[in-house]
Design a binder for this molecule. Structure first.
Ligand SMILES: [Zn+2]
Ligand SMILES: [Zn+2]
Length: 264
């Protein structure tokens, strides 16, 4: 026991240990001071039963799509469909490649997401992800394997069409993961001015996607609000809910109820 403790605080492990301690103390402080509670988007939304079902779906989906996408990507690389730029990358090249990925994925996701809300695709593919009307971290992974192949298929497709630097790719993977978990976290950490500032209002937040799960026929965007703003699919009360006690008001009349799709 003592030996393990000594090892945790020396050499290579030290940084990790301090980082874990820092995050853990932040989490405890956040819980004690009510920081998280104040930022919960749907305070009574969490249901253990749904959480359990989501855990099961997540495991199956991870196993299936992880295997298929892993093999697919390896095959594409070995057969020369995916190749990377050699040599050092300038900062603007990385910015350009990353920007193309970011906006490319956002467009791909928005239109396929809208398509997945139409029957019969909705029942076959997307309904499973909408099981939870108040998302939590596990909801991110609780998708039909077909849906995770559709969404996960973007990156190999993009890399086959556009050969980027390995440095850019190193940013793309984490973006998918962090954004996925953040928008389903059930907590809003961004400041109230977020949707008022011209520089930031284009980027979605947890409240934005949370309302997609709660009200269903709005807010389809994956990374940005751009397509929703252009196509008029952004929820009208989204911005006022975001500013006002975090959109935690119960659904009111005039909002489409969560559940099956409304006739368009
Ligand atoms: Zn949806
Ligand atoms: Zn979702």
């Amino acid at each position: 026991m003592l030996h393990a403790l000594q090892e945790a605080f020396t050499g290579e492990n030290m940084l990790t240990t301090w980082l874990v301690l820092f995050l853990a103390s932040g989490l405890v402080a956040g819980l004690v001071t009510g920081f998280f509670k104040a930022r919960k988007i749907q305070p009574k939304g969490f249901k253990w039963k749904i959480f359990g079902q989501e855990a099961l779906v997540a495991l199956v989906t991870l196993a299936i799509s992880g295997t298929v996408l892993g093999f697919g990507q390896t095959w594409l690389r070995q057969n020369g469909w995916i190749a990377f730029q050699q040599g050092p990358a300038a900062w603007w090249e990385i910015a350009l490649e990353y920007g193309a990925y970011f906006l490319g994925f956002d467009t791909y996701f928005y239109w396929l997401h809208r398509w997945m809300h139409k029957e019969p695709v909705y029942s076959w593919v997307h309904k499973l992800h909408h099981h939870s009307t108040a998302p939590n971290l596990l909801t991110t992974l609780s998708v039909n394997p077909l849906e995770s192949l559709i969404n996960g298929g973007f990156l190999p497709l993009f890399l086959a069409l556009y050969s980027v630097h390995p440095e850019s790719l190193a940013l793309m993977g984490p973006t998918t993961i962090i954004m996925g978990f953040y928008v389903h976290s059930g907590y809003e950490f961004f400041p109230r001015w977020w949707n008022k500032s011209w520089a930031t209002k284009w980027f979605i937040t947890a409240t934005f996607h949370d309302q997609h799960h709660k009200y269903f026929n709005y807010n389809f965007g994956g990374y940005t609000t751009i397509w929703d703003r252009i196509c008029g699919t952004m929820r009208k009360k989204f911005e006022s809910d975001f500013e006002n006690p975090r959109g935690r008001k119960p659904a009111r009349q005039g909002d489409a109820p969560a559940g099956d799709p409304q006739p368009a």
